[in-house]
Design a protein around this ligand. Sequence first.
Ligand code: AMP
Ligand code: MG
Length: 326
Amino acid sequence: MIVLGIECTAHTFGVGIVNNKGEILADQRIQYRPKEGGIRPREAAQMMSEKGADVIASALKEAGVPITDIDAIAFSIGPGLGPCLRTGAVAARYLARKYEKPLVGVNHCIAHIEIGKLLCRLQDPLVVYLSGANTQIIALAKGRYRVFGETLDIGLGNLLDSWGRAMGIPFPAGPKIEELAKKGKKFIELPYTVKGSDLTFSGLYTAAVKAAERYPLEDVAYSLQEVAFTMTAEVAERALAHTEKKEVLLVGGVAANKRLQEIMGAMAEEHGASLHVVPLKYAADNGVMIAWTGLLMYRAGLTTALNETVNPRFRTDQVDVRWVPI
Ligand code: AMP
Ligand code: MG
C-alpha cells in the first residue's frame, strides 16, 4: 500500500509518500516566508496554489511511483489557517477525483503524534506537542487522543516567535532565542501561569517584552525559556503521573530545543519514563506525517467524502483512533 499525503496548514506545503512498512519514499516541501511580521494566510495560500502542483510532481518523481500506483490521497483537514487548508484540500480532491483514489482527511496534530511514534518506535507514549500554534499534552485513552492539558491562549512556539518579533528577531525566532538563552546569566522573575492542567503564555509574553527594556536580552531569553518550559513540564508531569505512561514523546517544532529536552528528560526520569524526541527533520510540518497517518486511517477503513469541508478548529480529541487496537 502506498499513500501520498499533502500538508498545508500554515507555512509549509509538503508532499510525502510512504508505504505500509513505514518507509519514506518521498518528502518534498516548500516554505512560505513573510517579508516581515507573521504569516499572512491569504498570501501563504496564494504561494501554495501557485507552486503546489510542482511539489506534488517532485514527490512522485522522487518516489519513482506513477500516480496510478498510489492507493489513497491524504491531506490535512485541520486545524490550521483556513485559506491554506482550503488550498491543500483542493489539490487533494483534484487528485482523488482525477485518478479515482480514495481521499483521507487527516487531523494535523494527530499526524505529528503518529510520525513521532513511527520514527521513535513507540507504542503508547505521553505526547508533549509543542508547535507554533499548538501546545498540548496528549495521551491515548479509551480510543481517543485525549488532551490532558493545553494552552488557553497562544502556543509555546508563538510565544517565542512573538517575543522574538518584538525584539527584531525574524521568524522563526525559537532557534535564535535558544542561542541567546545559552549566554544568559541572571534569572529574571517572570509570570508563571498554570491554571489547573492548562497554560497561558500571553502574560509571560508582555512581561518579557517589558523586561527587555531593563535587562540584557540574553538574560530575558534565558528566563523566558526557563519559565515557559518549566510551566509546560509541570502540566506534562501531572499527566504522566495520572496516565503512568512509560514513554514521553516530544513533537512539534519547539521539540528541537535542547534546554526543553533537558527539562522534560529530568521530569520523565523521575517517573521512570524515557524521553524521546521526534527526529528534527520531522518535528516541523511535513507531508510525510500526513501520508503515514492517512495510511493508518485508510488501512482501518477510514476515508473522507469529496465534499467534506476543512475544519480550521479541528481538535485532537475529536477523532476516533480506530487504527490503534484498544
Ligand atoms: P511548527 O509549528 O511545528 O512547524 O514549529 C515551528 C515553531 O518551532 C516555531 O514557533 C519556531 O520558533 C519553533 N522552534 C523551532 N526551533 C526551535 C528551537 N530550537 N527552540 C525553540 N523553538 C523552536
Ligand atoms: Mg504543525
